[in-house]
Design a protein around this ligand. Structure first.
Ligand code: GDP
Ligand code: MG
Length: 316
């Protein structure tokens, strides 16, 4: 899934638009769900826990009138830990590289200070700002009106939409609002190229997602996943098969015990869940082997964060 430059330039109409949109917002407001829904593929992992996404993920949406290149980002939140600071820096640098900011709001959460949250990543006047109120499938129309007014009054966006990343409601309108704010440009990527993420990187994320959904408290946040070996199907395979070996890194012995579980039951469940997700994504059988290892204090060590792909270059 590597991206090449577009070959569409010659046939692009004069008013075609293309550019980058950073999806920014609080943890759990639905940024990764929105990206997946827009792409029609599950590239970004989604969990009910905040702070799942650790790095920026690019997804390309191509429409007749324009091409939107989205960045999914980690949520904006305050914390002193290196991993968390790097996550906020990832959101900031995605925004710096974008043409438009999409501020995504969890419609179920009223009374938030959107203005100061937004100011922590963006100084006003810098970029066009579009707001989307998400999770409309769970909201009454009176509440939708109220939160729309509340958010728009605070941050005075250049456009607003009410959407559901779950049902897809409002997404056409949102795409239209975003395309209108992008610069006139031919498509930047080929239409069939969805992302800059490799299958290898996506595989690590699916394993991390399984850990997030099956373990509790601090365990998921203390977990990193690396892919030690990634073999694509070969012509010799009787039936096509990906062979993947991965390591789940935890920070302490107690966490290792929880990840392995009684008689290895937890790591087995994690493996099964991740494998099923990957088989659906890759549309091919997967043979997945998982090791569990203690890598002391990885979340505080710059070199390890870099190795795991979670470090934002700007934080160095
Ligand atoms: N009902 C509903 N749930 C949603 C919607 N969008 C996201 N969610 C849920 O909200 C939680 C957080 O979503 P996620 O995409 O990981 O949020 P992120 O942290 O902003 O990336 C998950 O449990 C999603 O299933 C939506 O439009 N409707
Ligand atoms: Mg996310």
């Amino acid at each position: 899934m590597t991206l090449g430059k577009s070959s569409l330039d010659s046939i692009t109409p004069q008013d075609h638009r293309a550019g980058f949109v950073a999806i920014i917002g609080a943890p759990n407001c639905g940024k990764s769900s929105l990206l997946n829904r827009l792409l029609g593929h599950k590239l970004a992992i989604v969990t009910s826990k905040p702070q799942t996404t650790r790095n920026r993920i690019l997804g390309v949406v191509t429409e007749k009138t324009g091409q939107i290149i989205f960045y999914d980002t980690p949520g904006i939140h305050q914390s002193q830990k290196l991993l968390n600071r790097s996550m906020v820096a990832q959101a900031k640098s995605a925004l710096a590289d974008s043409d438009v900011c999409l501020w995504l709001v969890d419609g179920l959460k009223r009374g938030l200070d959107h203005q100061s949250a937004l100011e922590s990543v963006l100084s006003r006047g810098q970029k066009p700002l579009i707001v989307a109120i998400n999770k409309s499938d769970l909201m009454e129309s009176a509440d939708i009106e109220a939160i729309l007014e509340e958010v728009c009054e605070q941050i005075k966006p250049d456009g607003a939409a009410v959407i559901s990343a779950k049902t897809g409601e409002g997404l056409s309108q949102l795409k239209k609002l975003l395309i209108d704010k992008l610069p006139v440009s031919p498509a930047l990527y080929d239409e069939d190229e969805l992302t800059d993420q490799s299958y290898r990187a996506i595989s690590a994320e699916y394993i991390r997602e399984a850990v997030f959904s099956l373990t509790r408290q601090e365990v998921p946040y203390s977990t990193a996943v690396t892919i030690d070996s990634f073999k694509e199907p070969t012509d010799e395979d009787r039936r096509p098969l990906y062979r993947i070996e991965a390591t789940i890194h935890v920070e302490r012995e107690s966490q290792k015990k929880l990840i392995i579980g009684q008689g290895g039951r937890m790591v087995k469940s994690i493996g099964t869940k991740a494998r099923q997700g990957l088989e659906e994504f890759l549309e091919t059988k997967v043979f997945l082997t998982i090791f569990v290892r203690i890598t002391h204090d990885w979340s505080e060590k710059e070199k390890l964060l870099e190795e795991f792909g979670y470090l934002d270059p700007d934080i160095k």
